[in-house]
Write a protein of this length. Structure first.
Lengths: 75, 130
């Protein structure tokens, strides 16, 4: 299983979301992407977006001030 | 997925306002909504290629947006179109008065639209103004 890292540290809302979407466009259904964000707002907002458009949030955690969000492309 | 119509009218020449408009347009569009942006008055000149950097900060947040490398408003408008199929129209009156040709505008900006069409299109959705 491919897991692509989307490094969106040191930018602000909605930068991390847009970087994720850019990568999602190029990913295949079933691929997993892990977004790294230092923006707490984005860490709250990205799961909302994932839920709204129908992808799957596999994991989310914070480590040393960096939020990690793991999402699976469903469609 | 529930989809709504979101119409955004942009008339300001200030970076804080342009940034908020771009955020609403891009996040709205990538969340599956039908987004239409209407550019008029003093906002339009920044959508002429190469002019975006001239937008004045307006207040302290506008300055910090530039300083801290927040996503640029022009990039967000472009992503609204590319990722979310938003439509961005220049106001036909503003285009005429400023004598702006279609080739002068950023590539993601559509052909000019009249206010009557924008208002008619906006009548059954959310309307935002910046």
């Amino acid at each position: 299983m491919e897991r692509k890292l989307v490094d969106a540290k040191n930018t602000f809302c909605p930068g991390p979301l847009m970087e994720l979407i850019g990568q999602m466009k190029m990913a295949e259904v079933g691929d997993e992407l892990e977004v790294l964000s230092t923006d707490k707002g984005s860490a709250n907002d990205i799961p909302e977006w994932i839920h709204k458009v129908g992808h799957e949030l596999l994991d989310s955690f914070e480590e040393d001030g960096v939020w990690h969000l793991v999402v699976k492309k469903i469609k | 997925m529930p989809s709504e119509k979101i119409s955004v009218m942009v008339t300001s020449n200030k970076r804080e306002q342009l940034q908020m408009a771009a955020m609403v347009a891009s996040v709205g569009a990538v969340s599956g909504n039908d987004v239409t942006v209407f550019l008029s008055m003093n906002s339009l000149k920044y959508f002429v290629k190469g002019n975006a950097e001239q937008a004045s900060p307006e207040g302290p947040v506008g300055s910090l947006i530039v300083e801290k490398n927040a996503p640029d408003f022009m990039e967000l408008f472009q992503q609204a179109v590319e990722y979310g199929d938003a439509k961005i129209f220049p106001c036909s009156m503003a285009v005429d008065i400023l004598e702006i040709g279609q080739d002068d505008l950023e590539e993601f900006v559509s052909e000019p639209l009249g206010l009557t069409t924008f208002l008619s299109d906006a009548s059954d959705g959310q309307v935002w103004h910046f």
